[in-house]
Design a protein around this ligand. Structure first.
Ligand code: ASP
Length: 449
């Protein structure tokens, strides 16, 4: 039988009403056999997430201050969900025991993991499913990566294909058996691990948007979701700030070719976004780009030196200056007599004068200066290498929007074109690019505004 792993994010589990939607989704397809829940998230924009309240309780308990205010919010949320769903998982006793543990002193990771753990109990009762304890199956190494023994352990714990299993996300144990969490948003990783351990046919990641959006909704009003995106494109887009799916969650499923589908719990009929190794031929043929993502907060160190190209090792010595100072280099566009180094402005920080002095001393350039406040926008798409006219469309759109382009960089993989613009042009440029490409984008449904 084919099995689907469904991971539900915090907003999909924020209250009893959302949990009923989750139940309908899981029961609506007999292949949905493995469910990975997050902790309850926000019901409204300003409400704290349960995980944030748990971190707060831990911090207050450590400082020996009274944590009853955040604790009672946590209690109300869980008891409310339990009673509204008409379940009895013994949540009151579970919470009393947890309170005592907090008072005695427990690790930060243990405390943070309780949101997923308690929610897992509720979801398992709701679905009449077997609870799988990640602390016994998921082994997380010191650097946060998954220990390969996890797959066998978890595969055995979820071996019966006729049963439904619920495994809370976000945590496991370290190699010594102590409870350990992944980084924030890590339930996506747990879902990917479960999919791989079960060798599932599909990993569904249920959230509150109908897939990955073609642009940042904080900048472009109501951007359309993409129907398909490749793993490589996701890497480029998320590096430039696009979010929805945890970066590290891609690897476990990508290695064994399990596709991911991002779906909307509030609109399950919407097709969502499929993350695939290779685009389907129709999508590949009919679309130009996957999406647009951008970030502010870069600085550019610009230097000119006549005959720089004849000086063997010039770039090596230049980049060594950044390496020794622990500054990661993002991009490095060059010309015959000039080279620019684009870095994260925060990483350069107070070292900017030191960098300039060292460049002057080591490389004796004709000019060196730092342009601060650069925003980068990446236009990302697999088809770019083969299509004629994408660059023309990018620059025509920017010209029409009267955006001054300060840097142009096409990635070596021909998967992206990156443009650098001033901070005041960033939003206008992003919107202009989105409008230029929306009609040939990989959208699953027409944008509604
Ligand atoms: N609850 C955790 C967090 O807020 C993990 C997750 O939701 O994926 O980061």
């Amino acid at each position: 039988m084919t099995r689907i792993v469904c991971k539900f994010g915090g907003t999909s589990l924020a209250d009893a009403n959302q949990l009923r939607k989750v139940e309908a989704i899981v029961r609506g397809d007999a292949r949905r056999r493995i469910v990975v829940p997050s902790a309850p998230g926000k019901r409204t924009k300003n409400e704290p997430k349960i995980t944030d309240l748990l971190y707060l309780c831990h911090e207050m308990a450590e400082m020996q201050t009274d944590f009853s205010s955040p604790f009672s919010t946590i209690r109300e949320r869980f008891l409310g969900i339990e009673s509204e769903l008409g379940l009895d998982v013994g949540m009151n006793d579970i919470l009393d025991e947890f309170r005592a543990q907090l008072q005695q002193g427990v690790s930060r990771d243990f405390v943070a993991s309780r949101g997923e753990c308690f929610n897992g109990r509720i979801v398992a009762a709701l679905l009449e499913a077997e609870f799988v304890d990640p602390a016994k199956c998921v082994v997380i190494r010191a650097n946060g990566s998954v220990d390969p023994q996890t797959y066998q352990r978890l595969g055995e714990a979820m071996a019966d294909e006729s049963r439904t299993y619920v495994m809370p996300g976000f945590y496991g144990s370290d190699t010594h058996g102590n409870l350990k969490t992944f980084s924030r948003g890590g339930s996506d990783i747990s879902g990917a691990i479960a999919a791989r351990a079960a060798m599932a046919d599909l990993y569904e990641n249920w959230t509150d948007v109908s897939g990955m959006l073609m642009a940042d909704p904080r900048i472009v009003p109501n951007p359309a979701p993409m129907i398909e995106v490749t793993y490589r494109e996701i890497r480029e887009l998320s590096y430039m700030g696009a979010s929805v799916f945890h970066d590290e969650a891609i690897l476990p499923v990508r290695e064994v070719g399990i596709p991911i589908c991002i779906k909307n719990t509030n609109d399950p009929a919407a097709p969502g976004t499929s993350i695939v190794t290779r685009l389907s031929p129709e999508v590949d043929k009919s679309t130009e780009i996957a999406g647009i993502a951008g970030k502010r907060g870069f600085s550019m160190v610009c230097l000119d030196k006549s005959l720089m190209n004849k000086e063997v090792g010039f770039a090596y010595r230049l980049l060594g200056i950044f390496e020794r100072r622990g500054i990661s280099v993002e991009h490095c566009p060059s010309s015959i007599d000039g080279i620019n180094v684009i870095v994260d402005a925060a990483a350069l920080g107070e070292q900017s004068d030191g960098v300039i002095d060292e460049i002057n001393r080591v490389l004796q350039p004709d000019r060196v200066e730092i342009e601060e406040d650069l925003a980068l926008i990446a236009i990302v798409g697999e088809g770019m290498a083969r299509s004629v006219g994408i660059a023309a469309k990018v620059f025509a759109a920017l010209r029409d929007a009267r955006v001054n382009v300060r840097v142009i960089n096409q990635g070596a993989s021909e998967l992206n074109i990156i443009v650098g613009v001033g901070p005041d042009d960033f939003e206008r440029a992003s919107r202009a690019l989105y409008s230029a490409f929306i009609s040939s984008g990989r959208v699953s449904e027409a944008p509604t505004a």
